[in-house]
Design a protein around this ligand. Structure first.
Ligand SMILES: NC(=O)c1ccc[n+]([C@@H]2O[C@H](COP(=O)([O-])OP(=O)(O)OC[C@H]3O[C@@H](n4cnc5c(N)ncnc54)[C@H](O)[C@@H]3O)[C@@H](O)[C@H]2O)c1
Length: 247
């Protein structure tokens, strides 16, 4: 392992992915900043792809290798949320959640695996969620897919061990991003509450520490996991849940 390290970060135009791309760039990485709607002015080199498609995931890895000639880390972060009771949960939203939160990490790992092995110190990081460990009502697709991606991380870690690839996940509680802002009105409807009570009465209720995480805090944990000191973390998530699962 030598030279400037290269990472693919998915969902890099907003929120957590943007903060991770920014942090890695600041730490000296070259970053392919992948998004459905890439931000030309954002951190890293923007690349447009729809990661709910098989071609989109293939193109991302191929583009990183074509541009940078190597790939040392993949951060599977792109995601969205859909809040609805199970009997009303739209089936196309279920399919899209599974495609983006679970199948995209699998496809990115599959395509990137030879390059990550060649790196000599390859890393694969899934931005999962505390909802990979516990459930909340009205989030069937999201919670199921996030539990699934933690299973994928365990398998990849076992397979990556002999190839020099460490595989981990992040499980944050609520982070101050557009994904959270967008669900306040849906949560208000599902829980029959006024919007101003959703943050305190619903989102922050299970957390011991009553605040939102900042995207930069999650990016700092990602930088640790992807850096030299994070190599020993493989097959397990780093939980940033402000005490949620301590109860
Ligand atoms: N915000 C939170 O509270 C929180 C908590 C735990 C885990 N997470 C996870 O962190 C990740 C990032 O969430 P965020 O809060 O930063 O969200 P965000 O909405 O701010 O950013 C998500 C990004 O993903 C991109 N994206 C969506 N669909 C895509 C597709 N089909 N192909 C490519 N890109 C696509 C969006 O354009 C957007 O830029 C998600 O996996 C989410 O589940 C978020």
């Amino acid at each position: 392992m030598s030279g400037v390290r290269v990472a693919v970060v998915s969902g890099a135009a907003s929120g957590i992915g943007r903060a991770i791309a920014q942090r890695l760039q600041g730490d000296g990485w070259r970053v392919l900043a992948v998004d459905l709607r890439p931000d030309e002015a954002g951190p890293g080199e923007p690349f447009a792809a729809d990661l709910t498609t098989r071609e989109g995931n293939r193109e991302v890895v191929d583009a990183a290798l074509a541009r940078f000639g190597r790939l040392d880390a993949v951060v599977a972060n792109a995601g969205f949320q859909h809040v609805a009771p199970v009997e009303e949960f739209p089936e196309d939203r279920w399919d899209a959640l599974v495609a983006l939160l679970l199948t995209s990490p699998f496809l990115l790992a599959k395509r990137a695996w030879p390059a990550l092995a060649e790196s000599g110190d390859g890393r694969f990081l899934a931005v999962a969620s505390v909802h990979g460990l516990v459930a909340s009502p009205f989030k069937a697709g999201y919670v199921a897919a996030k539990h699934g991606v933690l299973g994928l991380v365990k398998v990849l870690a076992l397979e990556g061990a002999s190839r020099g690839i460490s595989v981990s996940a992040l499980c944050p509680a609520y982070v101050r991003t557009p994904l959270v802002e967008a669900q306040i009105s849906d949560q208000a409807r599902a829980h029959c509450l006024p919007e101003q009570r959703v943050l305190e009465d619903v989102l922050l209720a299970p957390q011991a520490v009553k605040r939102l995480l900042e995207p930069e805090e999650v990016a700092a944990a990602a930088a640790f996991l992807l850096g030299p000191d994070g190599r020993a973390v493989t097959g397990a998530p780093l939980v940033l849940d402000l005490g949620w699962t301590a109860r």
